[in-house]
Write a protein that binds this ligand. Sequence first.
Ligand SMILES: [Zn+2]
Length: 395
Amino acid sequence: MSVVRKLWQRGQNLLPVTGFHFTRPLVLFQSDDWGRVGLRDHEGREELQAAGLVLGEQPYDFYTLETAEDVAALNSALKVHRDSSGRHPCLQMNFIVANLDFAKMSAENFQQILLLPLSDGLPQGWRRPGLIEAYHEGISDGVFQPALHGATHFCPVSMQRNLAGNGERARFMRTLWQAGTPYIFWRSPWIGYEYWDPEKPGNKRFLPAEIQRQIIGRTVGAFAKLFRVLPGSACAPGYRANDDTHSAWAQHGIRVAQSGPGSPLPPHFDRYGILHLSRTVELEPAVDANFSVETCVGRAEAAFARGIPAVVCVHSINFHSTVKDFRSRTLRMLDEFLAALESRHSDLLYLRDEELYELVTKGSCDAWNGRADVPQVKVIQRKFTRAEAARPREA
Ligand SMILES: [Zn+2]
């Protein structure tokens, strides 16, 4: 089986695919993990420390949850900037649309995973006044665009199996859950990602198509309840998506799939008509010890030189502030980054995922319709193979 799969993969890598290139510098922002709770602020930190955890080894120990103030500060920071058509940058916010329902789970001695949709509020012990309103405000201001990330982020099958095992792992999870924290990924990577179970053999790690379809259907439903629109773009937790994920996304109207950084491919379609976008710039000052704005600008320039969009990846942790102030530095760095791009490129355009989809399929975007002052962006089609694209490039 694995030999067949390897041959199939090799064939896929050699198959020419149509990539899309553009004659103007385009910038998109994709940001994961919004709405997902982590460490329950100072109170949760004290509880976990009393239970024997030493926190602070990794930035994600201090991943909490954005506050209304964090979201409003990001909104204001984006509104300072404009592209050559006068539009603000817009952050594609990928939401985790549910949290663990600690109150209900605790009543059952934490024997099973139960979810609380974000539209119904936050789990027991959590307070974030005005947060949902702050998301909506940024959406109506045109600086945020909600998109789909997932419902749990972790693999529910792996979590449930380990819970049933009642061993050390289950005990550790219950300690976190008592303190209102769902998980800290680096401390228990066996939890995997929503559609991907790391403890299964190599070719069985992705959950079966039917289970993925059920999860995605429920997630899209919870998203629609929260935002009153359907998601048009999606990013799989941990970037772990396969053909079955894409098929289920397409069935639910997703038109853009976001892929992680690595060897960025030009935007291209899959057999379900989903446009795939690779992230090209990592703007992650909270988690990258070697972070520099200069490197980010260099990555964006490298993307422009190839005629592909600069797709900026910035996770929500970078805007958190309650236990550790990640937000202040990120907003400064983001401001410098945007100012640098705007001063270097008088023809810069900020786009959203779905606008890039429009540009590729219709040759223009509704946002510019009737605007004679927005010069044309030419879309150029060029064939590439994944094997070619994976080769290292000259800087
Ligand atoms: Zn994520």
